[in-house]
Design a protein around this ligand. Sequence first.
Ligand code: SF4
Length: 148
Amino acid sequence: MSFLDVLSRISDEDIAKTLDVVTDDEILSTLSKAVLDIDDALILLSPQALPYLEDMAQLAHERTVQQFGYTIQLFTPMYISNYCDNGCVYCGYSHYSGIAREKLSLKDIELEAKAIAETGLDQVLVLTGESKSCSPPSYIKALPMKNP
Ligand code: SF4
């Protein structure tokens, strides 16, 4: 199931209704869960959850340390395609931004990776915009990647 499928299940009306009736008990119960789903996220985004922001921050910190420990990893982002079908308002790659679009070939990606490696950085975060037609999973799968 895609993110869009999950999101499509929820109407704006459902969200407004859910946000209106959230109780302290529901917030506390959600904060005690090991795994949160999209309904839990709504509960924690409700105005009633505002007094629990510090609890959420503590919990987020705890989970981050559990997952990653106290480490800092440096990496450089490498966008290999800036085509995107979405319209996130904060993003310059939004479908509606009117920018020039580019999709790197495997050869271009190799040249970029070599240029990055020459700087001493050896971890790369490969990114694309979200476009089923221009950067489908098969495009990303074709990359010769090495896990750390
Ligand atoms: S690149 Fe990512 S953040 Fe930007 S518009 Fe597309 S989906 Fe949204």
